[in-house]
Design a protein around this ligand. Structure first.
Ligand SMILES: O=P(O)(O)OC[C@H]1O[C@H](O)[C@H](O)[C@@H](O)[C@@H]1O
Length: 305
């Protein structure tokens, strides 16, 4: 099989609807039409993303893990529901071939118009490289109307890893909004970033003692090229993005994951993931005139076996 389309419930699947399994080389991707949400990316049989075992899977809300798509709003940076509606919409499969990948589309409809009154087409292309160890994600936004609109968003990629021992390089010298510290703008001095040592949710924000480890940062105007390495310095993922101005780095660590906003996050989930999300944050929202288009993408190369 190169690509197989599966119906809701087929093969005992407990997910929110139709899904596709896509294989190329040693790579394998599982993606639902609900949210155009990738819930699995394996290379050589090893899972490289992560899904929470507590995730909603019945289509009644966003799924926790994999690669959710946020559009037309990033996080709570605007009037819409957290991360907008794209991750909870049903997309249409436009194309699915081994070489060209899977192309899914979302157009405005009555539901989206009630939330955000603009005509648009989103096209999401998910393509494995020939060997299967590289995954290319591309999101295209077209303004199908005449009036200008602005949008934010992200590809909220959850990378599976030993979160407490990895290093992320490529963020040194960057300014970031520390969402765990009253959105203060700070500069990352070190070239290399590790989860537990540098960051904490401030007492001011949580109302509790600072929690070592909670990371929720939006790095601004980044070049967008990162390497996630293990404790011995061996690279695990080489990641780059285009089009998106910002990068969010996110790991909820202990404590807040069990708060009202995180009932779907495994208790030990923070040990297993780091999110590195190509982002269009509040200050860099994209303006699209009638008929104009915008394209952004993330490239993930899996380096470790
Ligand atoms: O809980 P979710 O809606 O999936 O959002 C998860 C997270 O997404 C981004 O990383 C934001 O920066 C976080 O502030 C938010 O908590």
């Amino acid at each position: 099989m190169a690509i197989e389309k599966k119906k809701k419930g087929e093969d005992g699947d407990n997910g929110p609807g139709e899904y596709l399994l896509y294989e190329r080389g040693t790579g394998r991707v599982k993606i639902y039409t609900y949210g155009a949400h990738i819930t699995s990316f394996k290379v050589g049989g090893v899972e490289r993303t992560w899904m929470s075992s507590l995730s909603t899977m019945d289509g009644s809300g966003p799924m926790r893990g994999g690669v959710p798509i946020a559009f037309p709003q990033f996080a709570d940076e605007g009037p819409l529901k957290l991360h907008g509606f794209a991750r909870e919409s049903i997309w249409t499969v436009k194309e699915s071939t081994e070489e060209e990948g899977i192309v899914m589309e979302l157009k405005d409809n009555q539901t989206t118009r009630e939330i955000w009154d603009f005509p648009f087409t989103l096209t999401y292309t998910v393509k494995l490289g020939e060997k299967g160890d590289e995954l290319n994600l591309e999101l295209k936004v077209v303004n199908e109307g005449e009036a200008e609109f602005t949008f934010g968003g992200c590809l909220h990629t959850y990378f599976g890893c030993e979160a407490l021992s990895v290093n992320v390089s490529g963020l040194g010298g960057m300014d970031y909004i520390d969402k765990c510290d009253s959105r203060k703008v700070k500069k990352q001095e070190n070239e290399s970033f590790t989860v537990p040592m540098e960051s904490h949710r401030s007492a001011e924000d949580s109302g509790k003692a600072p929690e070592l480890g909670f990371v929720d940062r939006v790095y601004l105007n980044v070049p967008g090229s990162y390497t996630v390495s293990d404790a011995s310095g061996s690279p695990i993922y080489c990641i780059s993005h285009t089009g998106f101005p910002d990068t969010t780095v996110y790991n909820p660590f202990t404590g807040d994951k069990q708060g009202p906003g995180f009932p779907d996050f495994d208790d030990d989930g923070y040990l297993k993931i780091i999110c590195i999300e190509p982002t269009i944050g509040e200050d860099n929202r994209v303006k699209l005139g009638g008929g104009e288009q915008w394209v952004g993408g993330q490239r993930i190369k899996v380096v470790s076996k």
